[in-house]
Design a protein around this ligand. Structure first.
Ligand code: SF4
Length: 696
């Protein structure tokens, strides 16, 4: 980041007419962004920007946008995917604020799960939904308000047992909320303005003052010009409604920015998907067994009904054989249920209604007892009641075996949950891998008039080399029919690792393929200290292993999956990573859901295959390669081990066959390969002096 005091060397004023707030020297890649933002601020509507990570797009977006928001009295809502992005937005806002002649308030919002001091560490809260947490909080706030009105405030905080578990029922009222009710909001606004604390600094301050940071940020949201928040704050309809109320503005006075937007269409589909896992039915049966059965109106006992639901799902799962998922024919669930029980769909609704109200009563009872207001019977009944409304063309019903046994109404149409985006004055969609922009635009229904901007990478082209293997592939059909393919892949990867003298990451399209290639011989070719990503390893342990890799000696090897926690979530600047190998083309798994999505997008846009398969594969490849190139000083060799890589040569400049990788690497890095071939024999690894970190 440059110093806020640096005068702009490019006259931003002359090129855009609206960048007086830009706090640094304007770099070439930032100019078109500033210009486009200034324009969209004037006209309103959506703007899609594809610009490489490290190009400074956050500040280039925020500065002209703030200028507009100040003039028009709009609010900027900057949606982020990770905590680190939230911190970066606030840092840039701080730099920009020095250009203003008045204080600026920008705040980072976080969910109750991260900000509730009262209920943190309580075992029963583990896995509580936002709705359940909200109910518990609402009760305690009500009790606090009562005490406040009666003049008996809960200060200092309630005494909690020093050791042993804290029971939810110990807690009546919330002293942290009481402190918020007493807080001097003007003084706090002054304190936070221009200093613009990061979310963790905000939380630390709140803790030191016994204030609830969640409630405090709500109270201050209406005074903030810039808010950053996780996606859920905007895309979850109920939370969005509350957020707009806290902000005190209608949607058309919101200037929306969505960072790392490339995954938003898939995330919106997931958000709108309704799923009934077999496990939820099992828990509902257990709940009923514990509480006692009851008779459904003119029907079976509730326990028998749930047993039939569980059996029906089992039958539907068995019908798909070994497949991961399968499409359910229309009314398959209803027909299976009614065949078992007898009756009509009207009676089915009546029974589900009875189950739902039994569950609601249980939730209220638990709530009165100050317990987690949860009922599995309620969850199952509500899901089944909504089931008939989730119909084509927006939904497809599937039954799945993996990752869990469930029936699902999969939402195909991301345009529906994205509707609120179109209601904002403007929306800016940012990512280093947003291309193909038309796919993103059409998936969210942003309309033909949406402005599209692709900013070419400003990093020196000689710092990147794109290569591919013209012989091998991970194509499903080839893997199925050619038994030599896996060992050949393992050998080729071992050779590549021997030829690259730098820290290297291998990203596979799936854990399954990674394990098969490891078993086919790659495992024995890995140097000591290598790190392997595993879906079962908790985040904190994985991070620790990756840190060991980053600090480790040259030649370290990291294995993960494209689209995984490493390939899309971590940065490796400088020499922390200098080569990335993508094994195969990471096309999405050909599941029944994907196929339904392809057909839907084909029908709606005429680009089913490109949008549903090629676009995600392209993004996954570029995300993986992007781990090592985060600034103009980073460099690296990027290799796709798949002959189909040429499909993506448009986004992999200078893509060339592997050829003599050892010579290429020597020339590129100017160092020797790490392993010396044994004379007359197969190449063998020279021991690398590395500590033995725990495997991820
Ligand atoms: S007011 Fe804050 S600390 Fe108290 S219960 Fe609600 S979220 Fe938790």
């Amino acid at each position: 980041m440059e110093s806020p005091g640096d005068p702009p060397t490019t006259s931003a004023e002359s090129s855009t007419g609206s960048t007086a707030l830009f706090p640094y020297r304007l770099r070439p890649g930032q100019e078109p962004i500033v210009r486009a933002i200034s324009e969209i601020a004037r006209t309103g509507g959506p703007l899609l920007i594809d610009a490489a990570t490290g190009s400074g797009k956050t500040v280039a977006t925020l500065a002209p946008l703030l200028e507009h928001a100040e003039q028009a009295d709009h609010r900027i809502l900057y949606l982020v995917r990770t905590h680190a992005q939230e911190v970066q937005v606030l840092q840039e806002a701080r730099a920009i604020s020095h250009r203003l002649d008045h204080p600026l308030l920008a705040l980072g919002l976080e969910g109750r799960q991260r900000r509730c001091f009262l209920l943190e560490g309580i075992h029963e809260m583990k896995g509580a939904t936002a709705e359940e947490h909200g109910k518990l909080c609402a009760d305690r706030k009500r009790a606090t308000q009562r005490a406040f009105d009666e003049g008996t405030l809960l200060t200092p905080p309630p005494e909690l047992p020093e050791e042993g578990p804290v029971d939810l029922t110990d807690l009546d009222g919330c002293a942290y909320y009481a402190r918020v009710l007493q807080a001097d909001l003007d003084a706090l606004t002054e304190r936070f303005s221009t200093k613009l604390p990061s979310p963790s600094e905000f939380n630390e301050y709140s803790r030191s003052e016994n204030l609830c940071p969640y409630e405090l940020s709500k109270k201050l949201a209406g005074r903030a010009r810039i808010l950053t928040a996780p996606y859920a704050f905007f895309f979850h309809p109920h939370i969005r409604q509350s957020l707009l109320a806290w902000m005190g503005v209608p949607l058309d006075r919101v200037d929306l920015v969505i960072d790392e937007a490339h995954n938003v269409p898939d995330q919106l589909r997931e958000l709108a998907t309704v799923s009934l896992p077999q496990e939820s039915v099992r828990r509902a049966r257990a709940e009923l067994a514990e509480r006692g059965d009851f008779q459904l109106p003119d029907g079976p006992g509730a326990a028998r009904f749930l047993e039939i639901v569980q059996r029906s799902i089992d039958q539907l799962v068995e019908r798909i054989g070994d497949d991961e998922d399968g499409i359910l024919p229309p009314n398959a669930l209803e027909d299976t249920l009614l065949t078992e029980i007898g009756g009509t769909s009207h009676r089915l609704d009546t029974w589900l209604g009875a189950l739902a109200s039994w569950g609601e009563t249980l939730r209220e009872e638990k709530r009165r007892q100050r317990r987690l207001p949860r009922s599995w019977v309620h969850t199952v009944a509500l899901t089944l009641l909504s089931w008939p409304q989730l119909e084509p063309p927006g939904y497809v019903k599937v039954v799945s075996r993996a990752p869990r046994r469930a029936i699902e109404a999969y939402a195909l149409d991301a345009r529906v949950p994205a509707e609120a985006v179109r209601g904002c004055h403007l929306s800016v969609h940012l990512s280093g891998t947003l291309a193909p922009l038309e796919e993103y635009r059409d998936s969210l229904g942003l309309g033909e008039s949406a402005k599209l901007l692709s900013v070419p990478s400003q990093f020196p082209p000689q710092n990147r080399k794109f290569l591919y293997d013209p012989e091998l592939t991970t194509r499903f059909e080839d893997l199925r029919t050619d038994p030599t393919l896996l060992p050949r892949l393992a050998d080729r990867l071992a050779e590549i690792l021997q030829d690259l003298p730098v820290k290297t990451a291998l990203f596979f399209p799936s854990f399954d393929l990674m394990n098969r290639v490891l078993a086919a011989g790659l495992q024995s070719a890995l140097p000591p200290g290598h790190v392997i990503e595993s879906p079962r390893v908790p985040m904190a342990d994985l991070w620790r292993s990756v840190e060991v890799f980053k600090k480790g000696p040259e030649g370290g090897v990291l294995l993960g999956v494209t689209g995984g926690r490493i390939a899309e979530g971590l940065d490796f600047p400088d020499e922390e990573l200098e080569a990335v190998v993508v094994v195969g083309i990471p096309y999405p798994k050909p599941t029944a859901k994907r196929e339904a999505l392809r057909r839907f997008l084909d029908q709606e846009t005429g680009h089913g295959w490109e949008y549903c398969h090629e676009a995600p594969a392209q993004r996954a490849i570029l995300q993986s390669f992007g781990r090592m190139i985060r600034s103009e000083n980073d460099r690296g060799i990027a290799i796709v081990v798949d002959r189909r890589a040429t499909t993506f040569e448009g986004v992999l400049p200078g893509l060339a066959p592997l050829g003599d990788l050892r010579a290429t690497a020597k020339q590129f890095y100017g160092r020797k390969a790490r392993w010396i071939p044994l004379p007359g024999g197969p190449q063998a690894p020279t021991p690398v002096p590395a500590p033995d970190p725990p495997k991820a």
